[in-house]
Design a protein around this ligand. Structure first.
Ligand code: ADP
Length: 485
C-alpha cells in the first residue's frame, strides 16, 4: 500500500534543492494514529539547519523576485496540475499520518490544488496605483513588491492545505519560503518539496525543515533575513511567535484557535441544521479550528434538535481512514483522547447529559465515539476552551439577544454558524457576531475565493480571497519629481 505514496514520502529535509538529514543525524518517529505503528522517520533539525534554509531562500529570492508574474503563474498552474495528478497518492499519505478518512484526505488535497490555482491567478493581479498628484510636476506611483523570505509553520490537522494557503501566495507574490510542518504529520509537508521539484520550481525557493519546534521557530522568528512569519496553530504558540518576531519587526499572519458557536433558532430548517451540525462538528474528528465548539439551540426546538443530532452522530462510521465508508478516523494521539475525556467528565460532573457516545471507541487506540452532550451550561469547560475532538455540547437559549451574547462570550473570533428562516434575523445575527467568518444556514464555508481568518485572539491576516496575497507584498510609494511639466 505504501508503494503509491512512497515517491512523496520523503524522510529528509529539503534545503537549497538537496534532500538532507539533520546535522546531528537524529530523527523523529512518525506514527500512524490508526494503528499506533511507526511509518518512518524525519530529521530532527534545529537552529543551524534552519539558518542554512533561510540563507538558501535569501539567495534564491534574488532571482525568483525577478521572474515575471506570468512565469510564476504558469509554474503554479503546473503545481496545481501535479497535485491533482497525484491526488490519490497524496491523500493516502495524508490518511496514513493524520488519520482522517480517505474521502476527507482527497478533499483536502483537492483544496490544496484549488488554493494554488487561485494564487496562480492572483499572481497576475497584484496591481499597484497611479495616484492623482497634488503637484503639477510630480507623479505618484504605488508599487507592490514581494516582502522577501517568508517562514511558514503549520499544524497537523490539515498538513497539506494549510501549506497551500501559504506557499501559494508566497510564490505568487515572488517570495521564497522556509517551511516547518508539524512533527506529527511531516510527510504531507515534505511532499510539497517533491511536487515543487517535479514542476521545476528553482532550488532554494521552497525549503522544508522538520524537527525541534522551539529551535526552528526561534531561528525563523529572530533571523533578520526572514521578513514574514505565517503560522496556523494554537493561540498559545501564536502569541509566542508574535512576541519573538517583535525583535526584528516582521510581518505576521496568524490563524489561531477558535471556539465556534453554532446557533439554531426556532424558525430554522431543522433537518438542514442537523446536517450542517454534523459537518461542522465531526469533520476531521472535530479537529479543526472552525469546528463547532458550542451548539446553542432555542428552547422551542431544543429537545428535537438534540435527539436528531444524537441519532445522526450515532450513524457515523468510525474506523481506519483507509477503510471504505469510514467517516470518522482516530484522534491524532492519546493526549487528544485524554483531553476529550476531561471535557466529558467535567460536563457530567456539572449536570451534562450524554445522549450519544461519551466513551473511547471499541476499536481502541485513539478512536473515540461521536458524542453529544445535552444540558450544557456556561460553567462547563466547553464554554472557554477548544475541544478539538468529536464532542458536541448543546446549550439552550430563549432569546436572540441572549444567543448573540453567549456566542460572543469568548476571547476567540474565528468561525460562527447560525440557522434561521427569517431574513431580518439573519442580518441582525450576522451583524451581531464578532467573528471573522459566518456561515448562515451553512456548516462548511471554506473556499479559496473567500478570505479565511479570525478576529480577537483568533488571529491576524487573511488566507484566500484577493486579501490572501496582501501580507506577502510590501507597498512602495514612488514620487517622481522634476518632470518640468
Ligand atoms: P496544535 O495544538 O494544533 O498542535 P501548535 O500550536 O502546538 O498547535 O502547533 C502548530 C505548529 O507550531 C506545529 O508545527 C508545532 O510544531 C509548532 N510549534 C509548537 N511550539 C512552537 C514554538 N514554541 N515555536 C515555534 N513553533 C512551534
Amino acid at each position: 500500500m505504501l508503494q503509491k505514496t512512497s515517491h512523496f514520502m520523503k524522510q529528509a529535509n529539503l534545503i537549497n534543492g538537496e534532500w538532507v538529514q539533520a546535522d546531528s543525524g537524529q530523527t523523529i518517529d512518525v506514527i500512524n494514529p490508526a494503528t499506533g505503528l511507526k511509518i518512518g522517520t524525519v530529521p530532527k533539525a534545529g537552529r543551524n539547519e534552519t539558518r542554512r534554509a533561510i540563507e538558501a531562500a535569501e539567495e534564491a529570492f534574488k532571482s525568483w523576485k525577478k521572474t515575471s508574474a506570468l512565469e510564476r503563474s504558469k509554474l503554479l498552474r503546473k503545481l496545481h496540475d501535479a497535485i491533482l495528478d497525484n491526488q490519490d497518492a497524496l491523500a493516502e499519505l495524508l490518511t496514513i499520518e493524520q488519520g482522517k478518512s480517505l474521502t476527507e484526505s482527497r478533499g483536502e488535497i483537492a483544496s490544496s490544488a484549488a488554493y494554488v490555482l487561485w494564487f496562480a491567478e492572483e499572481a497576475r493581479r497584484t496591481y499597484g496605483d497611479v495616484v492623482p498628484s497634488p503637484w503639477a510636476d510630480r507623479r505618484i506611483i504605488v508599487n507592490r513588491e514581494p516582502v522577501g523570505v517568508i517562514a511558514a509553520i503549520t499544524p497537523w490537522n490539515f498538513p497539506s492545505s494549510m501549506l497551500s494557503r501559504k506557499i501559494g501566495p508566497a510564490l505568487a507574490a515572488g517570495c521564497t519560503a522556509v517551511v516547518k510542518p508539524a512533527s506529527q504529520t511531516p510527510y504531507s509537508g515534505l511532499a510539497w518539496g517533491a511536487l515543487c521539484e517535479e514542476v521545476g520550481i528553482p532550488k532554494g525557493v521552497v525549503n522544508i525543515v522538520t524537527g525541534s519546534a522551539g529551535e526552528i521557530g526561534d531561528e525563523l522568528c529572530t533571523n533578520p533575513l526572514v521578513k514574514k512569519i505565517t503560522f496556523t496553530g494554537s493561540t498559545e504558540v501564536g502569541k509566542i511567535l508574535i512576541e519573538k518576531s517583535a525583535s526584528t519587526v516582521k510581518k505576521v499572519s496568524m490563524e489561531l484557535g477558535g471556539n465556534a458557536p453554532f446557533l439554531v433558532f426556532d424558525d430554522a430548517d431543522l433537518d438542514r441544521a442537523v446536517q450542517g451540525a454534523i459537518t461542522a462538528k465531526y469533520r476531521n474528528s472535530g479537529q479543526t479550528c472552525v469546528c463547532t465548539n458550542r451548539f446553542f439551540v432555542q428552547a422551542g426546538i431544543y429537545e428535537e434538535f438534540v435527539q436528531k443530532l444524537a441519532e445522526a452522530s450515532k450513524q457515523l462510521k468510525v474506523g481506519s481512514g483507509l477503510e471504505d465508508g469510514v467517516q470518522q478516523g482516530p484522534l491524532i494521539d492519546e493526549k487528544a483522547v485524554e483531553k476529550v475525556e476531561e471535557f466529558i467528565a467535567d460536563a457530567i460532573s456539572n449536570g451534562g447529559r450524554v445522549v450519544a457516545g461519551g466513551k473511547r471507541h471499541e476499536l481502541g487506540g485513539s478512536f473515540f465515539q461521536p458524542t453529544v452532550i445535552a444540558d450544557a451550561t456556561t460553567g462547563m469547560k466547553f464554554m472557554k476552551e477548544e475541544i478539538f475532538g468529536p464532542v458536541a455540547p448543546v446549550f439552550k437559549f430563549e432569546t436572540e439577544e441572549e444567543a448573540i451574547k453567549l456566542a460572543n462570550d469568548t476571547e476567540f473570533g474565528l468561525a460562527a454558524y447560525f440557522y434561521t428562516g427569517d431574513l431580518g434575523r439573519a442580518f441582525r445575527v450576522m451583524e451581531g457576531l464578532k467573528y471573522g467568518m459566518v456561515g448562515v444556514n451553512e456548516g462548511l464555508i471554506t473556499t479559496p475565493e473567500a478570505p479565511f481568518g479570525g478576529v480577537k485572539e483568533s488571529g491576524l491576516g487573511r488566507e484566500g480571497g484577493h486579501q490572501g496575497i496582501d501580507d506577502y507584498l510590501d507597498t512602495k510609494y514612488v514620487c517622481i519629481g522634476g518632470l518640468g511639466l
